[in-house]
Design a protein around this ligand. Structure first.
Ligand code: FAD
Length: 552
């Protein structure tokens, strides 16, 4: 059966289908995977739980949602024409622009007819006799696929803390990661935001503009620094076009997938005055430059890190007029970079607005949500709107909810009971022909760059299997152990603790395992090169009893 049997853009309906490659997820990773699979000559289709294209940029449509990566470093690099024709408006685009961009890509490369929306994968079972995956959608319909590529994202399952009475609230409530398409009008309303992570610090200034009152419930403060966003000028647009090839070269090879120049000095090589001047430059630098271009020992020497934190703390104290509020906004439990650092626009200034209040949940935890609002030891605060900016079940959340069963009916959640085990962050043993680019153990940094590396690798692996007449490709357990041990070793050697959601520590009961790739992108590159040089030695390739090439 051909992928065109899938109704273009239709909700899950139509006949059961069979394809070579079924991609799950219409985010930036899944779109690219679909493009690459079709380009390699596979029949391919994509299913997506949401009703549209975009993944993160479809679901997170809350006011203030925008990139922390430079727009043109985040977009695709595979087509120079695409790079040329899309003019990002701002250095750090807002959510609507990114959603428009991804829709543009889908239509420009004629991918929409291969996509089915409103289609949640509820179960996926590997059939050993045919070496195919049977994928069951939420409405019970099935799709059979030789290869299943779960591009289901690491930040796609919103998390709500276990607070009593959430359903009792009579007002409006939304999670930032499931923000409705119809605008939420907070004008003149009493609003609460719970959470001050990357999403919370974006939405707080945006809501404060019109809300009658805004109460911010903070569990832990974060080291926020300015995003320093601005429009891209016409001259910059022209320069970006002119430099497309060199930009691509840098982004395709840099450690974290950014264009920021690494610094060449350590913190204490500079005098106090030089360091202060350098920190001022960092404070004014764009987004992640504060991590990528900062002193070389920032993440490795606690004393160096403390210098930068002291600089940020002085800035916060100089911006926030109420000293008690300023102190509450300063982290006490982690260093800069230990958690994903949020980047902000007008965040600290918001707390000078007399209609904005900060509630420190360390001092007064939430006791329950009531019909009227939020109750802490200080009493009930009556509200019209509650915003849950409480993050995601990072890394494994979506894969754990897909009902995946591999060889001998083993469930992925059982195979990963003690944390994810992967090779290259793309495959796990006992689950042949299942790949998950953009999943746990990928790399860290500018997401589309290393997810794209993984998609390219997956596509090459599928082509290798097909061209050599194999039906299954499955990582050897030793390779998986080696990679997973490398990730765990690197995480243990890091000078930081396990306080970040990168260790799953925001989810009660989740194993504390590092969910990124502590070896980073360079390690990913080296290992991919080794796999290719050794003709996929790390993988077991075989033919099914049903015969090569059959997906039916
Ligand atoms: C608010 C926010 C801002 C961010 N900003 C940046 C940034 O500036 N730079 C950066 O590098 N990264 C950023 N990220 C990380 C971001 O998630 C990645 O950049 C990128 O969007 C991941 O793309 P993806 O395609 O891998 O996953 P996603 O975009 O998460 O897409 C996965 C898709 O899979 C679908 N899906 C999941 N499970 C199923 C299922 N069972 N059945 C069907 N469909 C399913 C989901 O509905 C979703 O649409 C941000 C994340 C958030 C939440």
């Amino acid at each position: 059966m051909e992928p065109s049997d899938i109704e273009p853009g239709a909700p899950s309906g139509g006949a059961p289908t069979a394809v070579d490659v079924l991609v799950v997820g219409a985010g930036i990773t899944g779109i690219y995977q679909l493009y690459r699979a079709l380009g390699a000559g596979f029949s391919a289709a994509l299913v997506e739980a949401g009703d549209g294209v975009g993944g993160t940029w479809y679901w997170n449509r809350y006011p203030g949602a925008r990139f922390d990566s430079e727009s043109y470093t985040y977009g695709y690099l595979f087509s120079e024409e695409l790079f040329d024709e899309w003019e990002w408006q701002e250095h750090f685009a807002q959510q609507p622009e990114t959603e428009r961009y991804l829709n543009h890509v889908v239509d420009r490369f004629d991918l929409r007819r291969h996509m089915r929306f409103g289609a949640t994968v509820a179960a996926a079972t590997f059939d050993e006799s045919t070496a195919c995956w049977t994928v069951t959608l939420g409405d019970g319909r099935e799709v059979r696929a030789r290869f299943l590529v779960a591009a289901t994202g690491v930040l796609s399952v919103p998390f709500f803390p276990a607070v009593t009475g959430r359903d009792d609230f009579r007002g409006e409530q939304h999670h930032t990661g499931r923000w409705p398409a119809t605008p939420v009008d907070v004008a003149g309303k009493r609003v609460a935001v719970i959470g001050t992570g990357s999403s919370g610090v974006q939405i707080i200034p945006a809501l404060a503009e019109t809300a009658a009152s805004l109460t911010v419930y903070q569990r832990t403060a974060n080291w926020c620094t300015p995003l320093n966003n601005r429009p891209i000028t016409a001259a910059e647009q022209a320069q970006l076009r002119a430099e497309c090839a060199s930009i691509r070269e840098v982004l395709n090879t840099s450690v974290a997938g950014f264009r920021h120049e690494p610094h060449d000095r350590a913190t204490f090589e500079d005098s106090d005055a030089e360091r202060l001047a350098f920190f001022e430059t960092m404070w004014r630098s764009p987004g992640f430059a504060k991590l990528s271009s900062n002193y070389t020992d920032l993440l490795f020497d606690p004393a160096a890190n403390a210098e930068w934190c002291a600089f940020i703390a002085a800035k916060v104290r100089s911006i926030v007029t109420d000293p008690d509020t300023a102190e509450q906004l300063l982290p006490r439990d982690h260093r800069f970079g230990e958690k994903r650092p949020p980047f902000v626009t007008g965040y600290y200034e918001t707390f000078n607005d007399p209609t904005v209040d900060l509630v420190d949940l360390g001092r007064t935890p939430i006791l329950r949500i009531t019909e009227a609002g939020i109750e802490t030891a200080d009493g009930v605060r009556e509200l019209d709107v509650i915003v849950w900016a409480t993050g995601f079940d990072f890394g494994t959340g979506a894969l754990a909810r897909m009902g995946i069963r591999g060889r001998d009916g083993v469930a992925l959640v059982d195979h990963w009971a003690d944390g994810p085990k992967t090779f290259l962050g793309v495959q796990t043993s006992g689950f042949p022909n299942l790949f998950f680019p953009g999943g746990p153990h990928a790399a860290a940094g500018n997401n589309p760059r290393y997810n794209g590396d993984q998609v390219d690798f997956v596509t090459d692996a599928l082509v290798f299997a097909r061209d050599h007449g194999f039906d299954t490709i499955e990582v050897e357990p030793e390779a998986e152990e080696r990679w997973t041990a490398m990730v765990d070793r690197g995480a243990a050697a890091a000078p930081f603790g396990e306080r970040s959601y990168f260790f799953g520590s925001n989810i009660p009961g989740k194993p504390r395992k590092y969910l990124l790739n502590s070896g980073g992108r360079p390690k990913l590159f080296r290992e991919i090169a080794r796999v290719i040089d050794t003709d996929y030695e790390a993988f077991r390739l075989s033919r099914s009893s049903a015969g090569a090439g059959s997906t039916a």
